[in-house]
Design a protein around this ligand. Structure first.
Ligand code: HEM
Length: 115
């Protein structure tokens, strides 16, 4: 994927697409700059870890982090579309792109709570 800088750039675009999308607006309520920066940094770190980087992730596991948010199947689908768009924007080759989408799809059962 091109190492830390490349993953950081992809995840930054992915998260900003999520944050701009009205469907995810409710998740941003009452979150200040620091909390938003923290969530972004932890998501970058987590993606580095799951894509095989020798990275120490300081955040919580996906189930604990997202428990009680009530994330549903439609939100999950839209979330993957934003990830796909961010990967395209950074010209990630088809095979690597599929791998990343598959790695994230594997997190579904830990993040999605409602159909
Ligand atoms: C529909 C999709 C998703 C939504 C709506 C969502 C929403 C959220 C929200 C609201 C938080 C803040 C929770 C809190 O501390 O109060 C959060 C944290 C986080 N999310 Fe997600 N998320 C989604 C998918 C993902 C995916 C696919 C990943 C991994 C690639 C991810 C990684 C993280 C991480 C690492 C944190 C911070 C963990 C920590 O604070 O220890 N999220 N997410």
């Amino acid at each position: 994927l091109g190492g830390y800088d490349s993953i950081a750039a992809i995840v930054t675009d992915y998260v900003s697409l999520l944050r701009k999308d009205p469907i995810f607006e409710k998740y941003a309520t009452s979150r200040g700059t620091d909390k938003r920066a923290r969530d972004l940094q932890l998501t970058i770190d987590y993606m580095c870890k799951v894509t095989g980087g020798a990275h120490y992730y300081l955040g919580r596991d996906m189930k604990t982090t997202h428990a009680g948010l009530g994330i549903n199947g439609l939100e999950w689908k839209v979330n993957l579309e934003h990830l796909s768009e961010a990967l395209n924007k950074h010209n990630v080759p088809a095979r690597e792109k599929q791998e990343v989408l598959w790695l994230v799809e594997k997190m579904r059962s830990e993040i999605v709570e409602k159909e």
